[in-house]
Write a protein that binds this ligand. Structure first.
Ligand SMILES: O=C(O)CCC(=O)C(=O)O
Length: 227
């Protein structure tokens, strides 16, 4: 019998949603991202936080019905979208995101992120890597060295990761990966000379108390506009 998304998520700490966005939708998001950044006068470098706060097209993507249904199955009836960001690995970018859990960045109730491929992604241009089931290891003390100036102040150490447990999540443009904030994850550097952009949207269970997040400027309950 096929497992439900919730069963898969509870076991692995992530689920893959193939082709959540069509090629046309992804192209529209990329085009809109370029406009947003132009208006904000920022370059396509590293990470840009706050796409849905800046653009109704991104706000609609964060509230996409098929995604909302899966999130409600996994999280519960009241799913709150908090914020999103684009992680740019442009043709000349050669940084991989280091191994980490997201939880130490925001604490409070557990959060759920959706990593959406805006380009095909594989080991050559920076696909996501995960350790299935590591969301069950708890809140790990991040003692990795973060002195290279590439961000990600909370990093796991090499010895925290068992290489035999790593799964590379090769993705096609439009695929999405929903993952728990305790899941060990990282991404490869982009050595391909081609773009690798990803959109990451973060959600929480609206019934759970939390500190105030001043970055959650576009927060809303998903699906509310349809009910
Ligand atoms: O897209 C990537 O490189 C992964 C980014 C990431 O792990 C994060 O922002 O938490």
């Amino acid at each position: 019998m096929n497992q439900t998304y919730k069963e898969q998520f509870d076991r692995d700490g992530y689920v893959v949603l193939k082709q959540l966005f069509s090629e046309q939708e992804v192209n529209a998001l990329k085009k809109e991202a370029v406009q947003v950044l132009k208006k904000k006068e920022v370059g396509k470098e590293g990470v840009y936080v706050g796409m849905a706060a800046a653009s109704p097209i991104f706000a609609a993507a964060a509230d996409k019905e098929e995604l909302a249904e899966v999130l409600q199955e996994i999280i519960g009836e009241e799913v709150v979208f908090l914020s999103d960001k684009i992680v740019f690995k442009d043709a000349g970018t050669d940084f991989g995101s280091p191994w980490h859990q997201d939880y130490p960045y925001w604490k409070g109730s557990h959060k759920y992120s959706v990593w959406i491929a805006l380009d095909d992604a594989d080991a050559d241009n920076g696909c996501l890597r995960v350790v299935p089931g590591s969301h069950l290891y708890g809140d790990i003390n991040h003692q990795g060295d973060a002195s290279d100036g590439l961000g990600f102040g909370n990093r796991l150490r090499e010895q925290d990761i068992d290489p035999d447990q790593i799964v590379d999540l090769k993705a096609s443009k439009g695929d999405a990966i929903v993952f728990h904030d305790l899941l060990f994850h990282a991404s490869y550097p982009n050595k391909s000379g081609k773009e690798r952009w990803a959109l990451i949207s973060t959600y929480k269970d609206g019934t759970q108390a939390d500190p105030h997040y001043d970055w959650a400027t576009a927060a809303f309950v998903v699906g509310r506009s349809r009910s």
